[in-house]
Design a protein around this ligand. Structure first.
Ligand code: FE
Length: 215
């Protein structure tokens, strides 16, 4: 045993230095989503290094598909064209398993409204599908979606996503943006799906890690 301690040591009050040391050594309990909160774990790392404490990433909440999904969107990560109106937005992040291992080869379908809040139901404007890279990362260039009326109330700005991978449970959900006043009144918003946007040149950027359950 390398970490045997005397009873006196165990019973002694924690010094500030020791407390900070213990906190630094504690396993991270990850909150998925905004600001890439999940720690990265290399594929196979847990099996190779039994001394590394287990990590866990929380499965991303699902959310309604809505009526505007169209299958067969083009494979592309750039959904915006130079002539499109709207604030440019780059969304990126990773797809992880519940033990925080990046999932390569996840298919992500993205669809959203244009700047005026309209979906293209005759074509594939602001629709696309992409596949996560070897490190589980994804990235989409688009615009901040416009809000649209659902009955008499606007839905907050949101981006729809579907994720699929043969070894994991499929996920359909939506991403929302911090500071949207309609987040407070929309019945479908979930706090865990709200991400902050920060300024990036003339546009915005935001990060979100998806966590998939095993199939
Ligand atoms: Fe929608």
């Amino acid at each position: 045993m390398t970490n045997r301690r005397s009873p006196a040591h165990v019973d002694a009050p924690l010094s500030r230095r020791r407390l900070l040391g213990l906190l630094a050594a504690a396993p991270v309990v990850a909150v998925p989503g905004a600001l890439a909160a999940c720690p990265v774990r290399r594929p196979g790392a847990a099996a190779r290094d039994a001394a590394v404490p287990p990590q866990s990433c929380v499965i991303t909440e699902d959310n309604i598909e809505g009526p505007f999904f169209l299958p067969g969107a083009p494979h592309r990560a750039v959904l915006v064209t130079p002539r499109d109106a709207g604030t440019r937005l780059v969304l990126s992040g990773r797809v992880l398993s519940t033990d925080c291992v990046p999932i390569a080869g996840t298919r992500i379908e993205v669809w959203q409204a244009d700047a005026s809040g309209a979906y293209d139901v005759d074509g594939f404007r602001f629709r696309g599908q992409l596949v996560t890279a070897a490190d589980g990362t994804w990235r989409v260039s688009t615009i901040v979606p416009g809000r649209y009326l659902n009955g008499r109330q606007y839905r907050p700005a949101h981006v729809h996503v579907k994720l699929e991978h043969p070894r994991f449970a499929p996920l359909t959900t939506q991403l929302y943006f911090e500071g949207d006043p309609y987040n407070e009144v929309d019945p479908w918003v979930r706090r865990s799906l709200i991400l902050p946007l920060r300024d990036a040149g003339p546009g915005k950027m935001g990060r979100f890690d998806f966590v998939l359950a095993s199939a």
